[in-house]
Design a protein around this ligand. Structure first.
Ligand code: BES
Ligand code: ZN
Ligand code: ZN
Length: 469
């Protein structure tokens, strides 16, 4: 999509708030006749005048939030699609304390979301998207064209993440995820893919024990943006292309959406794509340990004790707590290989995190208060919902094993914290932050401005973190 800040005579898209002083005669009359009340998300196509336009309600000026603006804009985008309008001129008639520049960017993000549709498996594809947006310069505040272009780059990362997550596991297994990551080489990213023999040579035994039950071989995906330019930020994503639970089998209902268990890995790949598109000059590394957690004669079993790259032996109480085994080796590999300034792991790690925080919030914890605060601040700037989980000794103790160095299920309570701290046990001395995206990474129905399926949650936060690192 093209973004410009300029006046044009394209089809007009007018966002209307509650302050009557912003209303022209036409809006006043529509409101008087109760054709259009400017409630949030309300759309009214006005084709009775010389210049037809779509009015979109933003709701009460003082009650606007990033969510409410994006949701109204998403609905506007759906209405534009119905009339097959490819180019629009945007005007905003709304007051209130919400920042004008951020409002314009939120409108843009909502419109972009309206155009996202995962229809690779549909015979009749209904994939209309807006091609050009022109903003009235009077309603873009501090936002510059550069900011809109940057939003476009982040959007490309989100779209890739969603597509990777939405593709069913039959077509999205470790080798395919690796092939998709390999495409980033065209953007100047150094991509290295390791096969099972190489992973074994590296010593990532915990990762390989999870992979053993599948006929599809595991892959270690390593992405380097600006290698050799100093100590990088390392992003490590959980890459379970399917999680059946293994011998600790999941009930059918919980298994259905487990193609999404690589959403952390997908968000790392998506973020690095966005950063590469934006020409980011900072060193960033992405690591995804990709495999499937299935059942077979070769699969790992509850009660097994498996070694890890870091040297700790892990007692497997439950084969469904597999993500932390793959991440344990992945963070250790990232720390030893790249000596990063900070490691951030992102994972659909625990159902317990969804129980604690609900479907819309990610959980965050780490070994450095400053770094956790830095991640929270980036998420706040990007309007992504995140909440800190406790990470004290009380929870770390839950991972102590009687017969090995550590075990993989914390106990009945506080599972999100215990799982996060399990991963942290494999960090030597590097600053480390863990984000559990089990709730918001994948939705079984649309929510606010996001469609059902993969959301690309946290791509914008990771992008901002890496860019400002
Ligand atoms: N992939 C799941 C976590 C998950 C649950 C992601 C719901 C998205 C939505 C993870 O591998 C898992 O199964 N964790 C177990 C851990 C337990 C056995 C200690 C869980 O959360 O139940
Ligand atoms: Zn699992
Ligand atoms: Zn899992």
């Amino acid at each position: 999509m093209d973004f410009n800040i300029r006046k044009t005579d394209d089809f007009k898209l007018v966002f209307v708030g509650s302050d009557p002083k912003n209303e022209d005669e036409r809006i006043k009359s529509l409101k008087e006749k109760k054709y259009f009340k400017a409630e949030n998300g309300e759309c009214f196509l006005d084709n009775q005048t010389d210049r037809p336009c779509l009015y979109v309600g933003l709701g009460e000026d003082e009650e606007k939030t990033a969510d409410s603006i994006k949701t109204a804009a998403m609905k506007a985008g759906k209405s534009l699609a119905k009339i097959e309008c490819e180019k629009a001129y945007i005007d905003v008639l709304s007051s209130g304390s919400f920042d004008t520049g951020k409002q314009a960017l939120a409108i843009c993000e909502g419109l972009l979301n309206a155009g996202y549709c995962f229809n690779n498996y549909k015979k009749d594809k209904d994939d209309f998207a807006i091609k050009e947006l022109n903003f009235n310069p009077a309603c873009t505040g501090q936002a510059s064209e550069k900011d809109f272009i940057e939003l476009g780059h982040k959007w490309q990362g989100i779209k890739l993440t969603r597509d990777l997550v939405n593709t069913p596991a039959i077509d999205m297994y470790p080798e395919i995820l690796a092939d998709q990551a390999m495409k980033l080489a065209e953007l100047g990213v150094k991509v290295t893919i390791y096969g099972e023999e190489e992973i074994e040579e590296i010593g990532m035994t915990a990762f390989l024990s999870v992979a053993k039950g599948s006929a599809k071989p595991a892959r270690l995906i390593v992405l380097e943006l600006n290698p050799g330019q100093g100590q990088p930020l390392a992003l490590v994503g959980k890459g379970l292309t399917y999680d059946s639970g293994g011998y600790s089998l999941k009930p059918s209902k919980s298994m259905k959406d487990m193609k999404s268990d690589m959403a952390g890995g997908a968000s790392v790949i998506g973020t690095i794509k966005a950063l590469a598109l934006a020409g980011c000059q900072k060193p960033v590394v992405g690591v995804v340990a990709a495999c499937e957690n299935l059942i077979s004669g070769a699969a790992y079993k509850p009660g097994d004790i498996v070694p890890s790259l870091a040297g700790l032996n892990i007692e497997v109480d439950n084969t469904d707590a597999e993500g932390r085994l793959t991440l344990a080796d992945a963070v250790c590999y990232a720390e030893r290989t790249f000596k990063p300034k900070m490691i951030l792991d992102i994972a659909t790690l625990t159902g317990a995190c969804v129980v604690a925080l609900g479907e819309h919030y990610s959980g965050v914890l780490g070994n450095s208060k400053e770094r956790v605060d830095q991640v929270k601040a980036a998420a706040r700037e990007e309007d992504e919902k995140i909440w800190e989980l406790p990470a004290t000794e009380d929870f770390r103790k839950l991972n102590e094993s009687k017969i090995a160095d550590i075990h993989n299920t914390g106990g009945s309570w506080g599972g999100a914290s215990a799982a996060g701290l399990f991963v942290g046990a494999f960090i030597d001395k590097c600053d480390w932050v863990h984000i559990d995206i089990a709730g918001p990474a994948y939705k079984d129905k649309p929510y606010l401005y996001e469609p059902m399926g993969g959301t690309g949650h946290m791509v914008k936060t990771l992008y901002r973190l890496a860019k400002d690192f």
